[in-house]
Design a protein around this ligand. Structure first.
Ligand SMILES: Nc1ncnc2c1ncn2[C@@H]1O[C@H](COP(=O)(O)OP(=O)(O)O)[C@@H](O)[C@H]1O
Ligand SMILES: [Mg+2]
Length: 377
């Protein structure tokens, strides 16, 4: 951590220092000076920490902004910044924030999760994990979809790290977050416009253009939130198999629709119908991450995108999904499992040809689940 930030913490963030140092705390939420919540193990708790008053909270935020070369004041009442330790902070000042200065600090976790962790958390079954591994090996284009804090970035980290060592991966992000364990990986970060300091912005779109000229095998766009969706789809459609990105959506079909909306945000001349077809052929697999009410993050669906039907709707088929079987009466945690959905992916022949050890029987749902899958449909 830089010493300027250390000073800012020791001087101004004393009231929440213990929370920032506690490795079990993943997020700190400040709702005005007197109300602070933390997220621990996926659940949100209120804590007793308080700032003395509104003005000391605002000064703390000012000095943090300053330490990262930014300003927060009446003219710039919102701050979105990354702290030197990789944590992300967002601040909104009153009067926009009605309860007083509102802050969320998403702490940077030093340890990134692995496929094994996801299995041990029950977020994936061993077979579903092996299947994802196969998708990466076969160079399937994957979109990780989910809400805020549902585990998209963690999933992308895990998937990226399974890429074969012989390949070159280029990662493009709005704010650096991914830590992919791969032999040959390059990271790029977009830059905001700052005319007062003579700094010209570099967008994710710009970086995708550069990435394409830097001999990529695969490209990852960390968070697809704007027009860059079209660039990622084009990357996927032009032979950079195994490219990936995340979108904010609640189901696999939703993820496709969301990508479409984002593609159309730019001043593209491509008609919507054509964009829909491009998305349906570019995206092979959607991994849906969800955060459940018990605080658990799970892989809700692994689905294949098959195309467009005669009404122009996306056709997707669930390959695996998480099903709830019950609830632990003591902890309140949901009990469930990721199960196959009785669907054999269209690319099964590639699994066979490449002699990958994944027999067809692994796509067959257990009896108890078959009943539930039918009931849901
Ligand atoms: N499967 C999981 N089980 C438990 N915790 C998880 C899981 N996936 C992610 N997390 C934790 O949840 C938090 C949010 O994850 P993140 O990947 O940043 O979400 P998103 O990118 O969707 O906002 C992180 O603290 C991360 O360590
Ligand atoms: Mg994320």
């Amino acid at each position: 951590m830089s010493s300027v930030f250390q000073d800012a913490i020791s001087n101004f963030l004393v009231p929440i220092k213990d929370l920032l140092e506690d490795e079990k705390v993943s997020e700190v939420m400040i709702n005005g000076p007197f109300e602070i919540f933390v997220e621990k193990g996926g659940l949100v708790y209120k804590v007793d920490n308080k700032f003395p008053d509104e003005s000391s909270l605002v000064s703390a935020m000012r000095s943090i902004a300053q330490s990262v070369g930014r300003v927060i004041d009446d003219e710039n009442p919102r701050l979105d910044a990354r702290l030197p330790d990789g944590s992300r902070i967002h601040v909104v000042l009153p009067p926009m924030a009605k309860k007083g200065t509102s802050v969320a600090i998403r702490k940077f976790s030093k340890e990134s999760l692995t496929l094994k962790d996801l299995i041990s958390f029950g977020s994936l079954s061993p077979d579903a994990a092996r299947f994802l591994d196969i998708c990466i090996y076969l160079g399937k284009n994957i979109i990780v979809s989910g809400g805020t804090g549902s585990g998209k970035t963690s999933m992308l980290n895990v998937l990226g790290s399974r890429m074969p060592d012989t390949q070159r991966l280029l990662v493009i992000e709005d704010a650096s977050e991914l830590q992919i364990k791969a032999e040959h990986v390059l990271y790029f970060e977009a830059r905001k416009d700052a005319p007062d300091r003579g700094i010209k912005g570099v967008t994710i779109r710009d970086l995708v253009v550069s990435a394409m000229r830097l001999r990529p095998d695969r490209i990852i766009v960390g968070e697809v939130r704007g027009e860059e969706a079209l660039d990622l789809i084009q990357v996927m459609n032009t032979g950079h198999d195994g490219s990936m990105g995340t979108v904010h959506a609640n189901s696999p079909v939703d993820a496709c629709t969301r990508l479409e909306t984002l593609c159309l945000m730019g001043d593209t001349k491509i008609p919507p119908d054509a964009i829909r077809k491009m998305i349906a052929s570019a995206v092979h697999i959607i991994v849906q991450c969800s955060r459940y009410h018990d605080g658990g993050r799970r892989t809700a669906y692994i689905s294949e995108v098959l195309g467009i039907d005669q009404f122009g709707r996306y056709i997707t088929q669930d390959i695996f999904r998480w099903l709830q079987k019950g609830k632990d009466p003591d902890t309140g945690k949901f009990i469930g499992e990721v199960v196959p959905c009785n669907y054999v992916p269209s690319f099964f022949d590639q699994i066979v040809v490449n002699k990958l050890p994944f027999p067809k029987s692994k796509f067959i749902a257990p009896e108890w689940a078959t009943k539930m899958i039918k009931e849901f449909k």
